[in-house]
Design a protein around this ligand. Structure first.
Ligand code: G16
Length: 542
């Protein structure tokens, strides 16, 4: 019943920031997905008879790859597979299932916020037993294996009905098709004060939750409408669709603009939130106030004790290097640890496991905590509602008071997408060349204090990750950061992160791009962005 299939390696299966992401036509080449899945299994040890969790965000090609993964897990000797009904598990829910049921690991099928469909994106990621993305030493081993693989093993059995809950036998392995929502909703009830949030909503605060045609729909319906009593219709775009309804399920000011505009309109909702394709990202907006992900992390950390799950306080905060330093000021005030990691949620895993950090966040619309080992979009939404309920204040009041207390970190990211790869690499190489000569140079009123290529020394396992982004730090605390995205699927994406700290509350009302204009101009000058890429404006500004 188990057959061994000869295959030839592909040379392009290097996992990026978050697993292997490629266009569907690439993934659907002969044995492409099988090669990668077998390479995952070949890089692991000790899983015989253990449990593997499998789930995805419901995008195009999800079901096909889940069938392959189940049959290959059976052939590899796993004892059991737990798979979400319909092949659905949001990324944070998958992380929770792995942890709760002490699984050996999990395969998460998603290309996150990237579009879905026959010519759009797909992805495969392996998560380890702590529920988090595999660390670099495992992803490096997987990549090495993909380059030489010559065979894979698969159970020669019919497809399983993924829509029927229950336990089934697949070539001697048990497959449990589980309700994707129940365990996750239960965890959220443990962490947050649902009673207080229910009272807030019953008291007339109107919310709009946009699932963007992606995986969080069933979760949001259950949590916000059923358990918290928000009126039906509060959750929009709630049916997970293989192509996300043609939308780009990226919760930011460009792709969730309709929601933003609705919340900003006079008679629109008081609070809005959106999630991405696989449910780990979030965007928070209140009437008159967009909350930057960096501020969201800082504000959640500063108010964490209002939520029952965090009532004893938090041990530390971690953020990715390009994320603004707003959270650092909170950590300083609380007298707790602050950790700066490279981009990629996988770098938080060790800090969370070691109890050094409780809350983590990234500028890329990700926030989370030690409740799972992934960022968690709906968790962040619930945290905000819990804070609003406890403080009896609006989003705008909470944010402006936070700035008044800690100062405001004006922050923006400019993305240049689908840039010619060679030009993007040359731009970064040229920046690296300049690093030594930048300190001491002045650009208008801005004087460079330091410049480097960020390297991370993991305080838990001692591993070192180099070349994680070029930083140019100016006197007074402003900075610009340049790095290439590790999640794109065509060409290169150059990310330019810009930050300025403003302590004076009288100057907190400036429009963000205007507040950062001088730094943006300097970033373009130092990187020679226009001449090197031929672009005169970013594709996306967040
Ligand atoms: C992934 C990672 C995040 C990272 C983001 C952007 O998120 O898990 O840690 O911040 O990509 O990465 P990059 O700047 O390299 O494109 P997701 O939501 O795509 O899984």
């Amino acid at each position: 019943m188990i057959k061994t299939v000869k295959t030839a390696p592909y040379q392009d299966q290097k996992p990026g920031t978050s697993g292997l992401r490629k266009k569907v036509p690439v993934f659907s080449q002969e044995n492409y997905a099988e090669n990668f899945i077998q390479s995952i299994f070949d890089s692991l040890e000790g899983f015989q008879g253990k449990t593997l969790v499998i789930g995805g965000d419901g995008r195009y090609y999800n079901r096909e790859v889940i069938q392959k993964a189940i049959k290959m897990a059976a052939a590899a000797g796993f004892g059991k597979v737990m798979v979400g009904q319909g092949g659905i598990l949001s990324t944070p829910a998958a992380s929770n299932i792995i942890r709760k049921y002490k699984a050996f690991g999990g395969i998460v099928l998603s290309a996150s916020h990237n579009p879905g469909g026959p010519t759009e994106d797909f992805g495969i990621k392996y998560n380890i037993g702590n529920g988090g993305p595999a660390p670099e030493k495992i992803t490096d081993a997987i990549f090495a294996r993909t380059k030489v693989i010559d065979a894979y093993r698969i159970a020669d059995v019919p497809d399983l009905n993924l829509d029927q809950l229950g336990s089934f036998d697949v070539a001697g392995m048990t497959v449990e098709v589980i309700d994707p929502v129940a365990d996750y909703a239960e965890l959220m009830e443990q962490l947050f004060d649902f009673g207080a949030i229910r009272t807030l909503l019953a008291g007339g605060v109107r919310i709009a939750i946009d699932s963007m045609g992606a995986v969080t729909g069933p979760y949001a319906k259950e949590i916000f409408e059923k358990r918290l009593g928000a009126p039906e219709g509060s959750v929009r775009n709630f049916t997970p669709l293989p192509d996300f309804g043609g939308h780009h399920p990226d919760p930011n000011l460009v792709h969730a603009k309709d929601l933003y505009d609705d919340v900003m309109s006079a008679d629109g909702p008081d609070f809005g939130a959106a999630s991405d394709g696989d449910g780990d990202r979030n965007m928070i907006v209140g009437k008159g106030m967009f909350v930057t992900p960096s501020d969201s992390l800082a504000i959640i950390a500063a108010n964490a004790t209002v939520a029952p799950g965090y009532s004893k306080g938090i041990a530390g905060i971690a953020r990715s290097m390009p994320t603004s330093a707003a959270a650092d000021r909170v950590a300083e005030k609380l007298g707790i640890g602050m950790y700066e990691t490279p981009t990629g949620w996988k770098f938080f895993g060790n800090l969370l496991d070691a109890g050094k950090a409780t809350v983590c966040g990234e500028e890329s619309f990700g926030t989370g905590s030690d409740h799972v080992r992934e960022k968690d979009g709906l968790w962040a939404v619930l945290f905000w509602l819990n804070i609003m309920a406890a403080r009896k204040e609006s989003v705008a009041e909470i944010v402006t008071k936070h700035w008044a207390e800690y100062g405001r970190n004006y922050y923006s990211r400019h993305d240049y997408e689908e840039v010619d790869t060679e030009a993007a690499n040359a731009l970064v190489a040229a920046l690296r060349e300049k690093l030594a000569s930048l300190p001491g140079q002045s650009f208008g009123a801005l004087k460079v204090a330091a410049a480097d290529d960020f390297a991370y020394h993991d305080p838990v396992d001692g591993s070192v990750s180099k070349n994680q982004g070029v930083r140019v730090l100016f006197e007074g605390g402003s900075r610009v950061v340049f790095r290439l995205s590790g999640t794109g699927t065509s060409g290169a994406t150059i990310r330019v992160y810009v930050e300025r700290y403003e302590p004076d509350p009288a100057k907190h009302g400036i429009e963000t791009q205007a507040a950062l204009a001088d730094l943006i101009a300097v970033a373009n000058e130092i990187s020679e962005l226009k001449t090197r890429t031929g672009r005169d404006k970013p594709t996306v500004i967040t």
